[in-house]
Write a protein that binds this ligand. Structure first.
Ligand code: IDP
Ligand code: MG
Length: 158
């Protein structure tokens, strides 16, 4: 049986500062993924270290931690079939210079250090990263689809 996946996406500080929040959210929504959580926040030291733990010790790590805290991010959780890999495909590879044209990173960024968007690289990473930024009660999976609401509204008219 096929199931939906959840993944953690962030518009990084450079994306927010450049006014690209809507453009980035749009790209995931137009694919058909559901946004089930979304907020703007300033990343704390604790969150930055937890998020990028796998990169600790690498030459770019100190600048990465500084970058992710250089302004607010827009954090979101999106859900859909194959959403982890699908979202990475929409984002493009880490280096915007060689990312496929049409991807977010190729279209809006120039260098690896400032690549405007984050997306989890596996289902396990997604579960881990979602917990760093969201409580369970901040994720909204329930809700009637619009067509049901329209019928209900019409039926309610007397
Ligand atoms: P990803 O964001 O595509 O998953 P990762 O290898 O997990 O890429 O790296 C996390 C982030 O660290 C990248 O998005 C980028 O902002 C930064 N980064 C990765 N490698 C380098 C590098 O070699 N130089 C500068 N920044 C880097
Ligand atoms: Mg990564």
């Amino acid at each position: 049986m096929h199931t939906e996946e959840r993944t953690f996406i962030a518009v990084k500080p450079d994306g927010v500062q450049r006014g690209l929040i809507g453009e980035i959210v749009k790209r995931f929504e137009q694919k058909g993924y559901k946004v089930i959580g979304l907020k703007m926040l300033q990343v704390t030291d604790e969150q930055a270290k937890a998020h990028y733990a796998e990169h600790e010790g690498k030459p770019f790590y100190p600048r990465l931690i500084k970058y992710i805290q250089s302004g607010p991010i827009v954090a979101m959780v999106i859900q859909g079939y194959n959403a982890v890999a699908g979202a990475r495909h929409i984002m493009g590879s880490t280096n915007p210079d060689t990312a496929e044209v049409g991807t977010i990173r190729a279209d809006f960024a120039q260098v690896m250090e400032y690549n405007i968007v984050h997306g989890s690289d596996s289902v396990a990473s997604a579960e881990r990263e979602i917990k760093i930024y969201f409580n369970d009660n901040e994720l909204f999976t329930e809700g009637k689809c619009m067509s049901e609401l329209v019928i209900e509204s019409l039926d309610a008219e007397v």
